[in-house]
Design a protein around this ligand. Structure first.
Ligand code: CA
Length: 275
């Protein structure tokens, strides 16, 4: 993972501050040395000396849940229903890395270590929410987890989604877009190592599961706007499959329900920043 120091951070460090942030909007890089998609509007933030990049997702309407004719789908993915997201948001191009997590929290709970750019894991829901709150302080922006609807819309490609929905984020070829149980060699891998989806997002499918904001609830057929999930519940919602999960459970519409305090070694997250 590329680390950079921006001028603001240098000045702030010189002033004796432990953390600083800066931000810029450009089309130049996703933070991993891979060019961002042409025309993508990106936002690059820095916390301490670790840079990360987000892509702007425009408002839109999509079909959330299991695709018609998906014979692999479970009841929890149905019924597919129309969801409208009325506000734009920025979503990180990658899962939160161990470098960023350590810079923000001072710790790293991960099971897998030793390579640059590995996603943080063994993070429970409370850890992820606390990270977002701290990152909000450091960057001066509103940083949150994505709602489940924001996650799925972005995974499908958002306002750049292909006309035909894909099985996984970025395509139907799981090996091309994801680290999953069939190719991971039993471990996580540096973020951004597989093909991005139409928005320029990496590892939305696979590598680590990603905690979403809100409680787990069953779907209804009603069209909804900006769904936040139930007002109360017992389980949170990790999405996207992971390095130790088989193909059926890596399908884009599949949803887990996990206790908020259960942070397994396949559980990480990515952040959303509000404009
Ligand atoms: Ca993932």
């Amino acid at each position: 993972m590329k680390k950079t120091l921006c001028l603001t951070a240098l000045v702030a460090v010189a002033a004796g501050l432990a953390f600083a942030s800066c931000q810029k909007e450009d089309n130049s890089s996703n933070g991993n040395g891979t060019p961002a998609p042409a025309g993508a509007e990106t936002l690059t933030l820095t916390a301490a000396d670790v840079e990360f990049t987000l892509v702007r997702v425009e408002p839109g309407t999509f079909r959330m849940g299991a695709n018609e004719g998906d014979d692999q789908a479970f009841d929890r993915e149905k019924p597919a229903h129309e969801v409208t997201l009325t506000k734009p948001y920025y979503i990180a191009t990658t899962e939160v890395t161990q470098e960023l997590y350590a810079a923000v929290t001072g710790g790293n709970p991960s099971n897998f270590m030793g390579e640059a750019g590995l996603p943080v894991e063994t993070v429970d829901y409370t850890d992820a929410v606390a990270f977002c709150a701290r990152l909000s302080e450091l960057t001066g922006r509103t940083v949150t987890l994505p709602t489940e609807a924001q996650w799925e819309y972005a995974a499908r490609g958002g306002h750049k989604a292909p006309a035909t929905p894909t099985l996984y984020a970025g395509g139907d070829d799981l090996d091309a877009v994801a680290w999953w149980s069939g190719n991971s060699d039993g471990k996580t891998h540096p973020v951004g190592g597989k093909a991005a989806n139409a928005l320029g997002l990496y590892d939305m499918t696979g590598n680590v599961l990603e905690w979403c904001l809100g409680w787990y609830g069953t779907y209804t057929a009603d069209a909804v706007s900006d769904p936040q999930g139930p007002s109360e519940g017992s389980y949170r919602v990790p999405r996207g499959g992971s390095w130790n999960i088989n193909a059926r459970f890596c399908r884009l519409s599949y949803r887990y329900d996990n206790s908020p305090d259960r942070g397994g070694l396949n559980l990480g997250f990515r952040v959303v920043v509000l404009p």
